[in-house]
Ligand binder design. Structure first.
Ligand code: GLA
Length: 764
């Protein structure tokens, strides 16, 4: 994540030789961060709205001193510390065998770099603080990216003699006093990323993830904002930790009236012992501020994602292919004729990537055996995967393959040959042990599987070699990389090892990508249990949920999408009756839902009715038509007052076009939906609005004696009218949707009514 454009400039020194440190004032894209060094410590003064081009007068920001308190104002440090009087959650906790428990970090150096839009604007810095007595120093990197997304991470160096036991090193940011409400996300399998709100009171709100993976319940975003902040209004501060292991995110409102937000890796007992002259590095904390609700937070994240050179569309230069994943079509039933038929049917429908899911490798007939034996099953596939791959690529589609490299079934050749490669609370002997001692105890199985100890270099190398061999032998363009259990009692050599395992998995992905740069990788973890910016730095999309029920997906995708842009969120049309909820949905609703993601199918499309096939092919064609817009534009979500309705859309950055979806989640309280606002367009530009899917006469989608007048032919209106007044909408049946295409009226079209004697013209 290094930004080569930034050049670090050395700090200036005063004539007396003591470093004179100007405050650090980072500004970019409407966001700013202000750090003062006058006390000798890096003190956080502000994170939030841009305070203007001139460095604020810091004397304005000096706090009062209350009674019964420290004799000087308490500093909120870049690393909040008790040595400065901070009584909130400390930024650093660690010790040397019970000693050196309280560090007093003081600034040693500040390096600044310029790279903001206006000349001379600082937007990144590196700060080193040290405590020679405690023998530790902390090196902090901070940057504000284009789009306003802030990144911060620390590295702790052990400068002393002997090991330093680290319990926590957190990245923390101040939050404005205006924030009185917290919003975060939680979930479970098949119901990921659901929001919860609570008032922000004094005290600490902590979200802990102890799954060893990110977790289905992970708070992808922890936000605090002004009362009732919404999609497009209110001030919001938000953080996300880019880490796929144990973690904590928190809001800490202290008795002195200050509020901070932050996050850290959650370390196990004795997990991190930093040897002399060694270091520990935190994951990146990502933070955003918006004065215009959650859509502004999404803008900051999306801009950052899309600015990365390895962002999938940017790296490959090609559109995200329409996927068929065979999982819900065949599960473990891998019969060649069926798989070939599916490939042919998919290709005819316009599918561009075919993914063979679980069940292709040795001994894998169900979910109880085979994980670890990453060889094509010779009984099932006497000719290997080559015949299927040839058929798939012959139809013009890419071929993708499912793997779950971090896991092992006890019923596998790998576990039988290397029982000591299974991770657990105590080291296992190479024969697996038989004495009934602690070394024989494995974690409780989960989906009949255990975790492979990838901290063990031999196990890591075996997995790398197997995957490398498969990718070298076959024409595989895509891996669906799964991870289907929590890492409970995760240990290596008798010590907690979630940290080391997570780093080992990252290295595995990094090295495979280096060896096979054209292969795309999906991060799946029993659906959406590993959605974070750490894994997304080395993968090309996430599987948001195992739930393909469109109604559930409306919420899962809507909230996953606060952070992750749609081109990275796998989103499939599932079977008519959902396999995970038994709800039945019309194809139009399933298609409209899948369209606002990385679109695909997960359905046995071999035996569709003719009408269904036609509608599905039309939906795929529609997705392809709007794909460039959907995968590059700004996400817009109306603050729709009817809880039964949702209006979201994607608007191009130049305001030239947009695609909105009006979705009904339930029956409405009113007879009519009334006028629904379409926000996010250029206020003074004229637009043509058309309903494009499903057909206006679809009796299953709509229930009304007559639709609103404009629906049949389209309508012209200004962006301001559409945002402020809105258009009367048809009456949608519950669990249905309507797609609205919007494009700016050209000057020639605008002149056309006059040219035709004032007759209305159809502008589509
Ligand atoms: C997990 C994934 C599914 C599927 C199965 C295969 O549950 O989330 O999409 O790949 O594994 O076993």
């Amino acid at each position: 994540m290094n930004n080569p454009d930034l050049t670090l400039a050395a700090e200036t020194r005063s004539p007396l030789g003591a470093p004179h440190r100007e405050p650090l004032y980072l500004r970019r894209s409407g966001t700013s961060l202000l750090i003062d060094f006058s006390t000798g410590e890096a003190a956080m003064l502000h994170f939030g709205a841009d305070l203007g081009p001139a460095l604020p007068d810091l004397s304005l920001l000096g706090d009062a001193v209350p009674h019964s308190a420290l004799d000087v104002p308490v500093t909120l440090g870049l690393i909040p510390q008790a040595s400065s009087g901070w009584r909130g959650r400390p930024g650093l906790r660690g010790h040397r065998n019970g000693q050196a428990f309280s560090a007093r970090l003081r600034v040693v150096s500040v390096e600044r770099s310029r790279g903001g839009r206006s000349a001379g604007e600082e937007c990144s810095a590196a700060i080193t603080q040290a405590d020679p007595d405690a023998g530790v120093s902390v090196h902090t990197e901070i940057r504000i990216n284009d789009g306003g997304l802030l990144q911060i991470r620390h590295r702790l160096d052990n400068d002393g003699a002997g090991p330093y036991s680290l319990d926590e090193l957190a990245a923390v940011l101040p939050v404005g006093r205006a924030a009185t409400e917290i919003l975060d996300l939680t979930g479970r399998w098949c119901r990921e990323s659901h929001p919860q709100r609570l008032p922000l009171h004094q005290g600490t709100w902590v979200r802990s993830g102890r799954h060893g993976r990110t977790g289905h319940d992970a708070s992808l975003l922890l936000a605090a904002g002004t009362p009732g902040f919404g999609n497009r209004h209110g001030q919001v501060w938000a953080v996300h930790l880019g880490w796929s292991g144990n973690h904590e995110s928190f809001v800490d409102a202290t008795a002195d009236g200050r509020t901070v937000m932050g996050a850290s890796e959650l370390l196990g007992a004795g997990e991190i012992s930093v040897a002399a002259n060694a270091s520990y590095e935190t994951p990146w904390l990502f933070a955003a501020y918006s004065a215009a609700g959650l859509d502004g937070i999404s803008d900051a994240f999306y801009t950052w994602f899309r600015g990365r050179p390895h962002h999938p569309g940017v790296r490959s230069g090609k559109a995200r292919p329409v996927v068929l994943n065979v999982w819900e079509a065949v599960y473990f039933d891998h019969r060649m004729p069926v798989l070939l038929d599916l490939a042919e049917s998919a290709a005819r429908l316009g599918v561009e990537r075919y993914v063979l899911d679980d069940g292709w490798f040795r001994g894998r007939r169900n979910d109880q055996a085979g994980l670890g034996d990453w060889y094509v099953d010779e009984d099932l596939w006497p000719g290997g995967l080559a015949p299927l791959i040839a058929a798939v690529t012959g139809h013009g589609m890419e071929f993708g393959l499912w793997v779950e490299p971090e896991m092992v079934n006890e019923d596998s050749d790998l576990a039988r040959a290397h029982p000591d490669w299974i991770a657990g609370p105590a080291p296992r002997p190479a024969d697996g042990g038989a004495g009934g001692g602690p070394a024989d105890r494995l974690p409780e199985p989960w989906r009949h599987q255990q975790v492979l100890d990838l901290v063990n270099p031999e196990a890591w190398q075996y997995i790398f070699d197997r995957l490398d061999a498969l990718l070298s032998e076959y024409r595989i363009s895509y891996l669906k990389w799964d991870q289907n259990r929590d890492l409970t009692e995760m240990g290596h050599a008798g010590r907690p090892s979630v940290h080391a395992q997570t780093r080992a998995v990252y290295r595995l992905l990094d090295e495979l990508r280096l060896a096979h740069p054209d292969v795309e990788i999906e991060s799946c973890s029993s659906g959406g249990a590993r959605v974070d910016l750490g894994i997304l730095e080395r993968t090309d999309r996430i599987w948001a949920s195992d739930c393909n029920d469109a109604l559930e997906r409306q919420t899962i995708q809507r909230w996953t999408g606060v952070v992750v842009p749609p081109e990275l969120v796998g989103s499939h049309i599932g079977p008519t009756t959902s396999h995970t909820t038994a709800r039945t949905h019309d194809l139009s609703f399933r298609a409209i839902t899948a369209m606002f993601g990385h679109f695909g199918l997960e359905w046995d499309v071999r035996h569709l009715a003719d009408s269904e096939r036609t509608e599905l092919a039309a939906a795929i064609a529609l997705f392809k038509q709007y794909r460039p817009l959907l995968h590059s534009g700004r996400m817009v979500r109306a603050d729709e007052p009817d809880p039964a309705l949702r209006l979201h859309g994607v608007v191009s950055h130049d305001g030239g076009e947009a695609l909105y979806a009006l979705v009904s989640l339930a029956t409405s309280f009113a007879e009519l939906p009334g006028r629904v606002c379409l926000p996010g367009l250029l206020p003074d530009a004229a637009y043509w609005v058309e309903a494009v899917f499903p057909a206006a006469d679809d009796r299953r989608a709509f229930l009304q004696a007559a639709p609103p007048a404009w629906l049949a032919g389209g309508v012209e209106a200004t962006g301001r009218f559409l945002a402020e007044s809105g258009l009367p909408m048809p009456v949608l049946n519950p669990e249905h949707g309507l797609l609205l295409a919007v494009r700016r009226v050209t000057a020639a079209e605008a002149a056309a009514p006059a040219a035709t004697g004032g007759q209305p013209v159809r502008k589509s």
